[in-house]
Ligand binder design. Structure first.
Ligand code: PEP
Ligand code: MG
Length: 540
């Protein structure tokens, strides 16, 4: 694409895939105007009124959301009801500060604390506080509808929102039937807004070069959330290319849909197994079993969705239902991988300087043998119902595998002694620590599954939740591909199965690289099965 005097190409990071053309509408944030303080009583009641209005807006918004959206909004509601958070604001008002200034100061200092803390969960929640800050400020400044921002003119067909930032609740408030996508200067591919956009199939660019103030409002634009650019006032040739790419994408979507229920076969005729990842077994209800060759990864962290680990019987029932869903196809269930970006209160360690390099996955399980044993007993019991395999996460040394095997043996002996029906499942491991990838042949396991998400972060030394290093954490870097290839070759020499279950397997653009590495078994996000099968069919 050549750049002309009118055409402007702004770079960003694609956070939710898509390619759309429309009018770029600016969403302008209101200025944080500070007022002169009235009497403390007046300021107090103004603040209380604004908080009540904000609460009402959030509650109304929550009702219309799915589980993920509602969970984000409920956290914000809980913050607004948190007396410890509100007390210093009311105190400052009592001492004569205007309500808006008191609100801004306290929330800003909370945001700083959230961001500077060690806890990844709270770091991610800083954006919720900023979201609340804007909402209550808008209410304080008399805006009844929620925010001080506004799309600058009445809706045009096919609008693309361009904004400094979009908070999660603002995202949920927008009527996405009228907008085709968004490009924002803030955000990161792992932010809540990005997760919401992906779940809803709304194309989104984050980290956009700042252009909101200078762009011509309502100009024609291309939101290219494939290549990570927003093109303002595209020249005719650019538009023609984009239209052509859109036609190809539409054709691909149709082809991918037609392949969903079929076996994945390469252009050479060679078969590739496509399994699915089940992060939450509830999603399986919407997935026809026949669409996949089994389940390649079940992340059992979902077990803690209600805060505590279910007992053995409850776990057994959950695992049995998953195995029954698979109708004889293999089902890989991973032991708990708590820690890192998945803290579980009461299970993980709070004060680690670097949780990704600390007690997570099998390291933690071995420190909590009672939790591990319970899980292994429940898994062995569910294995009676089909082909269940147990997978160990975050393995670094062969000794860790042997320690889990010893626990499994104990669990099997106990079940036999108790006369409880059970079977002996295969025991395999994730290859996601470079040390394991480099020395795979030292591990005595029944199978390997490569965890590209962690393998990439540990190989490139880029935290997977840090947007500033997203570009450096390149799945296709020669170092990552080399480690994948070595693991596949080691598995072949050992005669054990190998698959890949990280996000890389769900990315159609990465499929040729993975097949080049010799992989023939991939575990992917359920929504990506058709697209991955299409990419496989084009290889060879
Ligand atoms: C991985 O690391 O690629 C993986 C599948 O595990 P998780 O994303 O759960 O860490
Ligand atoms: Mg992992």
């Amino acid at each position: 694409m050549t750049e002309t005097s009118d055409q402007r190409i702004l770079r960003g990071v694609a956070a939710s895939d898509g390619l759309v053309v429309g009018r770029a509408v600016r969403l302008i944030s209101g200025v944080e105007v500070q007022r002169t303080a009235g009497s403390p009583e007046d300021e107090r009641s103004l603040l209380a009124g604004a908080i009540t209005r904000a609460l009402e807006q959030l509650e109304a918004l929550t009702e219309a959301q799915d589980e993920m959206g509602a969970e984000i909004l409920e956290f914000q509601i809980a913050l607004l009801e948190d007396e410890d958070l509100l007390a210093p604001i009311y105190n400052a008002v009592q001492e004569g500060q205007p309500a808006d200034l008191a609100w801004i100061r306290v929330i800003d200092s909370e945001v700083t604390e959230y961001r500077e803390g060690e806890d990844e969960y709270f770091k991610a929640r800083a954006e919720d506080l900023l979201d609340l800050k804007a909402r209550v400020l808008a209410a304080l400044h008399g805006n009844e509808t929620g925010f001080n921002d506004h799309a600058e003119q009445t809706k045009l067909d096919g609008d693309i929102i361009v904004a400094q930032n979009l908070t999660p609740s603002r995202f949920l408030e927008l009527d996405w039937t009228s907008y085709r996508g968004a490009a924002i200067c803030g955000g990161s591919p792992t932010s809540h807004v990005a997760i919401l956009a992906r779940a809803r199939g709304i194309p989104l660019l984050v980290g956009l070069e700042d252009a909101v103030e200078t762009m011509q409002h309502a100009c024609l634009a291309v939101l290219d959330a494939e290549d990570g650019v927003l093109i303002l006032t595209p020249e005719p040739k650019t538009l023609e290319d984009v239209r052509q790419r859109q036609r190809v994408r539409e054709g691909d979507e149709e082809r991918a849909d037609s392949l969903i229920g079929k076996a994945a076969v390469m252009a050479t005729g060679e078969r590739v197994e496509i399994l699915i990842n089940a992060d939450d077994p509830r999603v399986l209800a919407d997935v026809p079993t026949a669409n996949c060759d089994g389940i390649g990864l079940t992340r059992t962290e979902f077990l803690f969705s209600e805060g505590v680990l279910p007992d053995e019987q409850k776990q057994f029932e959950v695992y049995r239902d998953i195995v029954n869903w698979a109708e004889g196809r293999p089902v890989t269930i991973r032991t708990l991988d708590a820690g890192g970006d998945k803290p579980i209160p009461g299970v993980t360690v709070d004060d680690e300087a670097n949780p990704f390099l600390g007690l997570r996955g099998v390291r933690l399980s071995l420190l909590k043998p009672e939790v591990l044993k319970l899980q292994l007993r429940a898994l062995a019991r569910a294995a009676v119902f089909g082909s269940l395999k147990i997978m160990i996460p975050m393995v670094t040394t062969p000794e860790e595998v042997e320690a889990v095997r010893a626990q499994l043996d104990e669990a099997l002996t106990e079940l036999s002694a108790e006369g409880v029906a059970h079977a002996c499942p295969q025991l395999g491991m994730m290859v996601e620590v470079p040390a394991a990838a480099l020395t795979a042949e030292r591990f005595k396991v029944d199978f390997f599954s490569i965890g590209s998400n962690d393998l990439i972060q540990y190989t490139t030394a880029c935290a997977r939740d840090n947007p500033a290093v997203t570009k450096l954490a390149d799945a296709k870097s020669p170092a990552v591909l080399e480690l994948i290839r070595r693991t596949v070759e080691a598995a072949a020499r050992m005669g054990v199965e190998v698959s890949l279950c990280g996000d890389m397997a769900s990315d159609p653009n990465a499929i040729p690289d993975l097949l080049d590495c010799g992989l023939r078994r991939l575990s992917v996000a359920p929504a990506q099965v058709g697209r991955v099968k299409l990419a496989v069919s084009r290889y060879g």
